[in-house]
Design a protein around this ligand. Structure first.
Ligand code: UT7
Length: 326
């Protein structure tokens, strides 16, 4: 039995923040941001929007595309690094918001790789026969966890949500071929949030020291991202006795255009085969891949029979790839 994606959807908050707007906030400029990252603008959630509310909107669109009813969803997997609260799970909040009547609900945290991890779990549920339809959401409100005085990070991120429904495939030739997932906690100090968990609960001191914001060693993360994303995609392709040129479209995590160019160069895959939309949204963490997937479908960049690859790296570090015959 194969599992496939039967629907995808996205939600982007209305407010746009351009590079020029950031020039008024930190010592940066449009040219630096554009040439070093490829980002022109990002969207910022309103005070009424949260990670789960954006996720719910994306889920509605994915459900609509799949043609399924709410009753058909048996599990909700919600990937994020900026969940509404430590608990209850954002998946529960989406269940309540959309009134999905009989479903399991679980949050996962694999930072920017969360959506690929979520797809792998959904795939396992479906191919095991346990569930027929699983809703996977990737959403992040990065504007609430970045330090708006830190130019090293605040220019990179944005808010948004994407979702996909993973369903039993009716066609034995289409569906997920496989996944390769990796994690290495020895990189824990390259991309992290210091306080707010049981290690360092919130205190006056943690707030004063700005320890509730994301911190990143961008330079090291960059180099590791290019290497790990390339390796994991190459290994997965080989494992399935396919060649890299067989891939019709790569939907990569959108952190930095130069990272994507680095992966393309390392693997000798033409850059045209990579779907890139980070110029409009920046890095929306777990949301980048489902947003990009939705837009690639809207633009008819994915056709029946295409070999689609997903690849991501995020804090932890976690990284992984997936191959799907559309
Ligand atoms: O999604 C999870 C994974 N995240 C990523 O993959 C992000 C990975 N990292 C990156 O995308 C890049 O490393 C950055 C965009 C963060 C930085 O680019 P870089 O080419 O690695 O630059 P750098 O960190 O080596 O900094 C170069 C210079 C430094 O100045 P000096 O020391 O050369 O004088 C920085 O202080 O650029 C400076 N700089 C800035 N200048 C203007 C850093 N941020 C800014 C800024 N505006 N916003």
């Amino acid at each position: 039995m194969r599992a496939t994606i039967s629907g995808a959807g996205k939600y982007i908050p209305k407010k746009v923040m351009k590079n020029r707007d950031l020039e008024k906030m930190v010592d940066t400029n449009d040219d630096w941001i554009l040439t070093r990252t490829g980002i022109s603008e990002r969207h910022i959630a309103s005070s009424l929007e949260t990670t789960s509310s954006m996720g719910a909107e994306a889920a509605k669109k994915a459900l609509k595309m799949s043609g399924l009813a709410k009753e058909d969803i048996e599990m909700i997997i919600f990937a994020s690094m900026s969940h509404d609260k430590l608990f209850p799970a954002s998946a529960c909040l989406v269940q309540d918001e959309l009134k999905i009547p009989r479903t399991g609900t679980v949050d996962i945290e694999a930072a920017c790789s969360g959506f690929v991890y979520g797809l792998s779990l959904a795939n396992a549920y479906v191919v095991s026969g346990m569930f027929k339809n699983v809703l996977v959401i990737g959403a992040d409100t990065m504007s609430r966890i970045v330090d708006w005085t830190d130019r090293n990070t605040c220019v990179l991120f944005g808010d948004g949500a994407g979702a996909a429904i993973v369903s039993r495939s009716e066609d034995e030739n289409s569906g997920f071929l496989g996944f390769r997932l990796r994690g290495d906690g020895s990189y824990k100090n390259l991309l992290y949030m210091e306080a707010g968990g049981s290690f360092k609960p919130a205190s006056h001191e943690s707030v004063e020291k700005k320890e509730h914001f994301l911190r990143m060693n961008g330079h090291s993360t960059f180099k590791i991202a290019v290497r790990m994303m390339s390796d994991v995609l190459e290994d997965l392709t080989k494992e399935h006795k396919l060649e890299l040129p067989d891939i019709d479209i790569v939907i990569p995590h959108q952190a930095n255009r130069r990272i994507i160019e680095g992966v393309a160069e390392r693997l000798s895959i033409p850059l045209d085969s990579f779907y890139i939309n980070l110029n409009k949204y920046g890095n929306t963490s777990a949301a980048t891949i489902p947003i990009a997937l939705t837009e690639a479908l809207e633009e008819k960049r994915i056709r029946k029979g295409n070999l689609v690859a997903f690849v991501a790296l995020g804090g932890g570090f976690t990284w992984g790839s997936a191959l799907l015959r559309w």
